[in-house]
Structure formats: C-alpha cells, structure tokens
Design a protein around this ligand. Structure first.
Ligand SMILES: Cc1cc2nc3c(=O)[nH]c(=O)nc-3n(C[C@H](O)[C@H](O)[C@H](O)COP(=O)(O)O)c2cc1C
Ligand code: SF4
Length: 414
C-alpha cells in the first residue's frame, strides 16, 4: 500500500498564493522555492488519483488513469510533455515553460519514473525562441542530456496527441486513430501530458494530495493557469482556483460593454455576458452552457468590434487547420468558413440555415476532435451573436474588425 503522506510540507505554497507562477526561476531558485525533487516512483500514480489531478491540455482527463494505463502497457514506454500550445489565444504553457521550466522538467522525470518510461520527450513550438531558450538553459543547468527536445511546427494540430506522436516519429504531424497510451511513439505505450499537468504533478509529488485539494472545489480541486484575452483590462496569464467566478476574472476594458465571452479558447464556446456573470470556472458550472474550462482561455468581445468579422477569421483558421484527411472536416470546415463569411456580408437567411444544418453533420465526424472545436465555437457564436447577425442582414453593422481574436497567418505555420 502506498503512503499518501506529503513529502515536504514545510515548503508548500500557502493557500491563496500562486503555486505554479512564481518569479522566473533558475535551478537554484527553483530548489530554494520548492525543495528537492522527491523520489515518488510508481506511488505517484496513487498520489495523482488521490489529488484528483486532471489534464490541463483541454479535455480534463484523469491523469492517474492515463498513467496507470501506460504503466500497465508493454515495454519501451515513453512520456511526452506537450508544450506546443497551438491555440492562438493561449499563452499559459509558454509562460509556464519560461518562468518555471524546472517544475515541468521535474514533472516529466517523475511521470517517467512512475510509469517506467525509457524515453522522455519535451515538445515546444519551434518559432518561440524565448521558450526554447528557457527550456534549453534549464536542461543544461540540470546536466540532463536524456530529455529529448522536439521543436514542432506552429500549427494548432501539432498539439493534438496523435499528431504529436506522428511528428515525434518523423511524420508530417497528422492525427491517427491510435490511442497513444496503447500505441504511441514508435508503437510503444506513451503518456502524453500537457506541460501544466506535469508541473501540477511535480507539486502533488512534493506536497501531497491534501495540499493540492486545499484550493479549488471538492469535485474539481486545485488551481489552473488561465489566459485572459480580448477586450479586457489586464490581459495575460493568471493562476486561479477552480470554482472562481468568471465575473471576478474578467475586468472589461475601460468604457466597454462585453457582447460575448469565449470560454476555452477557439476550442471552446461562447457565453452571453449575463451567463458569464453567473458562471464559475469549473466544469460543473460551465457545463450548463455545454462549455468547459478547456485549456483555460477566457476571451471577451465587446461592442467596439464586428463580432461576425471576428467569427469569420476564426472559422477560416479552422478550415486551414484541417489535416485534410476526413471528408466532414476537410469540406465541412471549408463550407462553414464560407457561410460564416457570407453571414458577415449580410446575405439573407440562407447561410445561417446552412450553418445550422451542417453543424450536426460535422460534429464527431473527424478522426481527431478538430471539427468538434469548430462546431462548438460556431454553434455557440451564432446563438450569442444573433443580434449582430440580424444587424448584418439589415446592413446596420458599422463596426470595424479590431482583430480581438487573432489567428496566425498560414506562412507562420512552419
Ligand atoms: C486540435 C487539437 C489541438 C490540441 N492542442 C493541444 C496543445 O497545444 N497542447 C496540449 O497540451 N494539448 C492539446 N490537445 C490535447 C491533446 O490531444 C492531449 O489530450 C493532451 O496533450 C493530453 O494532456 P493532458 O491529459 O495533460 O491534458 C489538443 C487537442 C486537439 C483535438
Ligand atoms: S478530423 Fe480533420 S484534422 Fe482531424 S484527422 Fe480528420 S482531417 Fe485531420
């Protein structure tokens, strides 16, 4: 039986203080802040289960269940730290890797020891030199030459776990139908974890499940990194306990009136301002609107920008992000992008009827979940911005496109 006792309680960050996001740390300050890395071994899987740790890459899957599946698999096991962060609005993983790279590397080491992995691979977007340099500096401070650093193309799909496995194996980065915990890198059982998940795991290993649960809610314990974006004061990355009211997180820009709140980023869903006013940052609350914390992006659109122009840009980005393997994704996302653009041009009813008809035909049809992201984004968008759609139909929208929802230009997707 594994002991669930905390290993170094004296150093645990006290309640109400950031756990992950301290000042930028080198190895010395990291050890000074958190103490040495414990030797948790396989018992870490029980600690993660007792803590109720869930993945921070978007799907909130139980981390311990994935670890146990990989640990029970065949030989040649691999752990992959997913720091690719291809969601254009999200900055939390890059911030974490720059400010606390050793916490992520501790998590990677601990997870590898827990599942008995032979290879440890850290994946980071190749275009972000600041992040790459922070990680390389941390690896060299640790004198660790065994962690493999893979620099990935700046595409949304790079972070999808089977596409990432394909990239690691030297492929073009296309999703497959394989389950990585069964058949991942080079065909071996592979634990793919988001870098924030691994950093949280490193804290659970040090301070124990009870400490981890001292923030958040009983059903959704702990803190999460959140990226605030759009028409807000204080855009940036914050660490918040699950269960925090969205109204506490969102401070609208001076003089601005929010028109819609996007929760979960481009992979998430829109909430009307009244709904965002009563929602809390947790699945139990956001589920009322079919939304979820996802990878922690919260973005606000106000009346200063044309909501339809913003939706159209993201719909086009989704279409361009498709790997072009599944029909519903390849053609469906292209048609959705075209119809959203037509809505913006004020075409009478037809594009809206088309979008509504196509959404259920596209949902759940891809080999990966990319099309589901587009469906959730547009389905909730046409509902929340119904007033703007009517304005366009009547030729009354005079708002500029402020680009509050940016998308990378395709030439940057290298
Ligand atoms: C289109 C798409 C893009 C994704 N991008 C990322 C990403 O950038 N980073 C990430 O950690 N997970 C991303 N994911 C989720 C991963 O597939 C996977 O679930 C995650 O890395 C598992 O880690 P976790 O259990 O720690 O959340 C993406 C999923 C999809 C469908
Ligand atoms: S759903 Fe789209 S992105 Fe995913 S594998 Fe199929 S074509 Fe590629």
């Amino acid at each position: 039986m594994t002991s669930l006792a905390p290993m170094a309680p004296a150093l645990a960050p006290p309640p109400g203080t950031p756990r992950l996001l301290g000042p930028r740390s080198d190895l010395r300050s990291h050890l000074g802040r958190f103490g040495p890395m414990p030797a948790a071994g396989r018992g870490l899987i029980d600690l993660a289960a007792a803590a109720g740790l869930t993945g921070r890459g978007g799907a909130a899957f139980a981390t311990a269940r994935k670890m146990a599946a990989v640990a029970a698999g065949g030989g040649g096991r691999v752990v992959v730290a997913n720091g690719t962060e291809g969601e254009p609005l999200s900055a939390k993983d890059k911030t974490l890797l720059t400010r606390a790279p050793h916490l992520v590397l501790d998590g990677l080491d601990l997870a590898a020891a827990a599942v008995g992995a032979r290879r440890r691979i850290l994946c980071v977007e190749r275009g972000r030199r600041d992040v790459v340099q922070a990680v390389q500096a941390a690896l060299s401070e640790r004198g660790d030459r065994r962690v493999e650093l893979l620099l990935t193309p700046a595409r949304f799909l790079s972070g999808q776990e089977t596409a990432l496995v394909d990239l690691i194996d030297g492929g073009p980065g296309r999703p497959t139908l394989d389950l990585p915990y069964e058949r991942g890198v080079a065909g071996h059982p592979t634990l793919v974890d988001n870098v924030e998940t691994l950093a949280q795991l490193a804290l659970v290993a040090r301070f124990g499940p009870d400490w981890y649960r001292s923030e958040g809610t009983p059903a959704e314990p702990g803190t999460a990194l959140v990226t605030l974006a759009g028409a807000v004061t204080g855009a940036g990355v914050y660490e918040v306990p699950y269960g925090t009211p969205l109204a506490q997180l969102i401070r609208p820009s001076a003089g601005s009136r929010p028109r819609g709140v996007l929760v979960g980023g481009y992979f998430g869903r829109w909430l009307a301002p009244a709904s965002a006013g009563v929602a809390t940052f947790e699945r139990a609350s956001l589920g009322r609107w079919n939304a979820a914390p996802g990878a922690g992006v919260i973005a606000v659109i106000d009346e200063s920008t044309c909501a339809l122009a913003e939706l159209t840009r993201v719909a086009a980005w989704y279409a361009a992000s498709s790997a072009g393997q599944c029909g519903a994704c390849t053609w469906g996302l292209r048609d959705l992008a075209g119809a959203t653009a037509a809505l913006g041009r004020g075409n009478p009813r037809r594009p809206l009827a088309d979008i509504k008809r196509w959404l259920p035909m596209i949902a759940g049809r891809g080999a990966c979940k990319l099309p589901d992201g587009a469906v959730g984004f547009l389905e909730s968008g046409i509902e929340v911005f119904a007033g703007e759609i009517a304005e366009h139909r009547e030729g009354r929208c005079r708002r500029p496109d402020r680009g509050l929802l940016p998308t990378p230009a395709p030439e940057a997707w290298r």
